[in-house]
Ligand binder design. Structure first.
Ligand code: ZN
Length: 315
């Protein structure tokens, strides 16, 4: 079988806070409340599908089961990562995720969730919620009970190009007017802390999970600062934002040509700006903003040519 990049067809999710911003990636979105593009997803709630080559039509989860060598024979009962692009037309609910140990014990052997965000675009003075001001668990519980949200929640202004590492146990929310690319553990264990008392289309409030939220939230709050490393390979600028137990996330900025070598079990690449092509073993593969491709384990050496920005995630 020929070794080639695998381009994936994303899955789109409508959300009460969604909008139409995802059309700017060239996507045909299902409605004007489209909140999420699941770019690399192997989850029971959504699977991205290979759209080129001999493996065309296979879901990422099926590939993981039947072609593990593409992923460097990494062990695990599920594909470890989930990549999404989110369009927050309105504020997302405030939430917190458990760690692996807690999720295993309390959520039927599920995984916890550590995630990270790259801000692709945002409105001026857009904000996120990251962390809280409670000094003790008692104070956290008290402030939640008394609806002291303004006092409790820490807000941070964001701009395009910002990166945030959001370990499990961090209270967080994406604010209105922010488009982000999110790399996360492949898990859905989310505890909703606060939803602005919003009602859904049926006039119902969405469920909150206060007890569990208080249990898993780290107190006092820690801002997980990261140290971005920069280097250059030919005409490719690399910024490595994070390298942690769960994932490594880099930004690749190509302006010209670069010769690269794939040395990871696999790499997930999302094109967020511009276009270009990969040249590999005499074959050429064009890519453009909105494309998502996986470079398999034995991909070897290749050239990247073009004028584009990409987010590349690996283990
Ligand atoms: Zn989250």
């Amino acid at each position: 079988m020929r070794t080639e990049p695998l381009f994936f067809e994303p899955v789109f999710k409508e959300r009460i806070w969604g909008g139409t911003e995802l059309t700017s990636f060239g996507y045909d979105i299902p409605s004007d409340k489209t909140g999420e593009c699941w770019a690399f997803a192997a989850h029971s709630n959504g699977q991205s599908i290979v759209k080129n080559g001999e493996l065309k039509g296979l879901a990422l989860g099926e590939l993981w089961e039947s072609h593990r060598s593409l992923f460097g024979n990494v062990e695990g009962d599920r594909f470890p990562l989930l990549t999404k692009i989110l369009d927050a037309n309105q504020d997302l609910s405030v939430q917190v995720h458990p760690n692996d140990e807690y999720a295993y014990l309390h959520e039927n052997k599920e995984l916890g969730k550590t995630e990270c965000w790259y801000v692709i675009d945002c409105k001026e003075s857009a904000e996120i919620i990251y962390g809280h001001n409670a000094k003790t668990k008692e104070e956290l519980a008290e402030m939640i009970e008394q609806d002291k949200w303004d006092e409790l929640l820490q807000r941070i202004k964001v701009k395009p190009g910002d990166f945030f590492f959001v370990p499990s146990g961090t209270i967080h929310a994406i604010g209105a007017g922010v488009t982000i690319l999110e790399t996360q553990q492949n898990s859905d264990t989310t505890y909703r802390v606060y939803d602005y008392n919003r009602k859904d289309a049926d006039g119902k409030l969405r469920e909150l999970h206060l007890e569990k939220s208080i249990e898993v939230t780290k107190v006092p709050s820690v801002h997980a600062t990261t140290n971005t490393q920069h280097w250059k390979v030919d005409d490719l600028k690399v910024a490595r934002f994070i390298e942690c137990h769960y994932f490594t996330v880099e930004k690749w900025d190509i302006n010209g040509t670069a010769r690269l070598k794939q040395e990871k079990p696999f790499i997930l690449v999302s094109v967020i700006k511009g276009n270009g092509k990969l040249i590999h073993e005499g074959n050429s593969y064009c890519f453009k903003k909105g494309d998502h491709f996986l470079l398999p384990a034995d991909f070897g050496e290749y050239d990247v040519v073009g004028d584009a920005e990409m987010i590349a995630a690996s283990l």
